[in-house]
Design a protein around this ligand. Structure first.
Ligand code: ADP
Ligand code: MG
Length: 243
């Protein structure tokens, strides 16, 4: 046997997401995730792909601690999510940004308020909010749209507001569940380029998508789910066809 060179502590420090033998069963139907093993390091960009019903959203919800696992082990940013106390969950979520397919903006609030809201939730001062909100809106290319209501914006612009809201609290990990599912190809590329840029700045980014063209062009790590099982996990991977 070769001598053990690997320093265990280093691996653990870099690892920001760990799933070991994770199963998730809902009360009805076949298990949504079966024996999932996944390790993601700090600063990685990972695509999660797979057919509808393969368990992608279930995985995102487990990472958010919106759902709990049925068996196995899950750790996100040092939090053991099957053991975390309820009162600790808000603090845990503070370091997570989330973006969904359907934007989920507050319809009666303008762009500025939609983003400021995320800062108010974590009790940022008005002074900080006035500094942080314009700066993040500039990052997503929405300087000058502060006063628009969501209905006055295109889908691409609405998703950029959602992205700004997810980023304004400077999360360690950004989770996006089909963020381009309602967007045309041009806007889809804009959003993916922003996600890439956010990742270059150090945020760990996990993106569920069906966009084959973008996945194949971006040359990132690709994890493929099929019927609740990881069937492939490739660096610089490609979108795998069913059968
Ligand atoms: P995907 O996001 O890849 O389309 P999901 O994670 O949403 O897949 O769903 C995985 C499987 O779990 C599917 O068979 C789906 O029908 C089932 N499922 C999802 N949510 C629930 C739920 N709340 N109750 C029961 N079954 C569910
Ligand atoms: Mg889904």
């Amino acid at each position: 046997m070769a001598t053990k060179k690997k320093k265990k502590s280093t691996a653990a420090e870099n690892e920001i997401i760990t799933l070991t033998n994770v199963c998730k069963a809902y009360s009805t139907g076949a298990p949504a995730l079966k024996d999932v093993n996944l390790r993601i390091n700090r600063g990685e960009f990972v695509f999660i792909v797979g057919d509808s019903g393969s368990g992608k959203s279930t995985l995102i919800k487990l990472l958010l601690r919106e759902l709990t696992i049925t068996s196995g082990y899950i750790n996100v940013m040092g939090y053991d999510l099957s053991k975390i106390r309820h009162r600790k969950i808000p603090k845990f979520r503070r370091n997570l940004g989330v973006v969904f397919q359907d934007f989920r903006l507050l319809k009666d609030r303008n762009v500025y308020e939609n983003v400021a809201f995320a800062q108010r939730v974590i009790q940022k001062s008005n002074k900080e909010i006035k500094r942080n909100v314009p700066s993040i809106l500039a990052v997503v290319g929405l300087a000058g749209k502060y006063k628009a209501k969501p209905r006055q914006l295109s889908g691409g612009e609405q998703q950029r507001v959602a992205l700004a809201r997810a980023l304004v609290n400077q999360p360690t990990v950004l989770l996006a569940d089909e963020p381009t599912g309602n967007l045309d190809p041009t806007n889809s590329w804009e959003i993916m380029k922003l996600l890439d840029q956010i990742n270059q700045n150090g945020t760990t980014v996990i993106v569920v998508t069906h966009n084959r063209e973008i996945v194949n062009a971006m040359k990132k790590r690709v994890v493929t789910l099929r019927k609740g099982v990881i069937i492939s996990d490739e660096e610089e991977g490609e979108y795998i066809d069913e059968d």
